[in-house]
Design a protein around this ligand. Structure first.
Ligand code: ZN
Length: 472
């Protein structure tokens, strides 16, 4: 805190959510989940009276008192009885003469005293409740440590709810998590509450060894235990030499078996990031990459099943360097995306071909390269290409052959509509296809997807391409 940046003009507001939403368009104030709480900012340089809440007995439970060189910072949550009110605080800054100079608070103005009996009761029972929960709840049972339970008031848009807050260190010691337990309905939320996120570094090929030089990249949000693990993604390997670095710098020679682990972790991580930033989708489950699958056997293994991606080394005849091939690793990751959006079948039937086709389509758009398998495939320049003219009448029942009809169609749409619109179209088409999607329902699913968010000229262009390719 420096004096120079302290606001010269004090302002004070206590807008309700309603008036905030009216202003939102003008001031771009977001109405967050705390929007029913009221906010105050006060500075001594204003001519305003000190906020009345400074005298309230609800803010006496000091959570921090930090004495800096020039200022002292104190913070307290708002409490009702033994319970904190979620999201609230009162922060005070005093100068070294003991004069109050700044106040900021988020607080609940409602009279919550009617909750006192319930809070009192839950507070008395908190340790007994924890012991009871431990008997039935696997997460708590296996936790490395459970902190003392607390009673918390969730303000829930004006309908307050008294719950237990249980902070614990998980069994793998990856971080501290917060469990919220309703006394009537049980556990309803578990969220990470520690900032155990670490940034790692790696030397890898950003877009594969054929299209890029070795470069240093950032591996963000690693849990920090030295392994390739983050909240939604972890890497395991079937060989004994595992990429592990206590300082999170993963720098191996490309010939080192650990290099491939880092390389494939990076590809999947970036693909997940692509799903978030370009498709607006965070996978609702975490992924596991199993590298060197089947080792010491050299397998052409590359498949996705229930959140797990298995990658072999390649047999050295048809494939090698499977884990270094961005198109293969990202293709498998895209099966996770498609699993979430549509749960199309894997490996069989028309639905399986659509699944493969969409996985190829997302991969090739992401890599901006229509060819798949350029790095790993040994028997030609690539294994498949989405740049093709195949029509529905060319269908022969081959899983990957028939997938090319779908991927070729979407690649052609992409050439007309551009990347973003075509990605949006694919993302909207998949849930409309659903688990029983097949070649017959593809065209209507695309039409359903086109209903909103596309221009008339886009719809015409897409419909023309579908017709030309023989999709009914
Ligand atoms: Zn596949």
């Amino acid at each position: 805190m420096t004096k120079n940046v302290a606001p010269r003009i004090a302002f004070r507001f206590s807008l309700s959510c309603f008036s905030l939403s009216l202003l939102a368009g003008l001031l771009s104030i977001g109405c967050s989940k705390q929007n029913h709480l009221q906010s105050v900012i006060w500075t001594s340089s204003s001519n305003q009276n000190q906020p009345a809440l400074l005298k309230s007995s609800q803010f006496t439970s000091k959570e921090i008192s930090l004495m800096g060189r020039e200022e002292t910072i104190e913070r307290a949550p708002q409490k009702i009885g033994a319970a904190e009110i979620d999201g609230t605080f009162l922060q005070k800054i005093t100068d070294n003469k003991g004069q109050l100079i700044f106040v900021k608070s988020l607080y609940d103005v409602n009279d919550l005293s009617k909750l006192l009996p319930e809070i009192q009761k839950l507070d008395t029972l908190k340790f007994a409740t924890l012991e009871k929960l431990k008997k039935t709840n696997q997460t708590l049972q296996s936790a490395a440590h459970v902190f003392a339970p607390k009673v918390l008031v969730l303000t829930n848009e004006g309908t307050p709810q008294v719950v237990y807050q249980l902070d614990f260190i998980d069994s793998s010691k990856a971080g501290i998590f917060r469990m919220l337990v309703s006394p009537s309905t049980g556990v309803f939320s578990i969220q990470r509450s520690s900032s155990a996120f670490e940034e790692g570094k790696a030397n890898i090929f950003p877009v594969g060894p054929k299209s890029s030089q070795l470069a240093e990249v950032i591996l963000a949000n690693l849990t920090g235990d030295g392994t390739l693990t983050k909240e939604n993604l972890k890497l395991t390997s079937q060989i004994s030499e595992k990429a592990h670095s206590p300082n999170l710098v993963f720098d191996y020679d490309p010939q080192d078996v650990r290099f491939d682990q880092v390389q494939s972790f990076f590809y999947v991580d970036r693909a997940l990031n692509f799903f978030q930033t370009r498709l607006g989708i965070s996978l609702p489950f975490s992924l596991e990459i199993q590298t060197h699958f089947g080792a010491p056997e050299k397998l052409n293994a590359m498949f996705y099943y229930h959140g797990q991606i298995r990658l072999g080394t390649g047999d050295g005849v048809s494939y090698n360097n499977v884990m270094k091939d961005p198109s293969i690793v990202i293709h498998e990751t895209c099966h996770g995306l498609i699993d979430a959006l549509a749960r199309l079948p894997l490996g069989t039937g028309e639905g399986g071909s659509l699944n493969e086709g969409f996985a190829d389509f997302f991969t090739t758009v992401y890599l901006n390269n229509p060819n798949l398998g350029e790095v790993a495939y040994l028997k030609g320049p690539y294994k498949r290409t989405v740049q093709n003219d195949l029509k529905v009448s060319d269908k022969n029942g081959g899983l990957y052959h028939d997938s090319l009809i779908l991927s070729g169609t979407f690649w052609e749409i992409r050439q007309k509509l551009g990347d973003q619109k075509t990605l949006n179209l694919a993302v909207k088409t998949l849930p409309r296809l659903g688990p029983n999607g097949n070649f017959d329902s593809l065209s209507t699913s695309v039409q359903y997807a086109l209903v909103t968010g596309f221009m008339e000229t886009d719809k015409i262009a897409v419909t023309d391409i579908l017709k030309k390719r023989g999709w009914n």
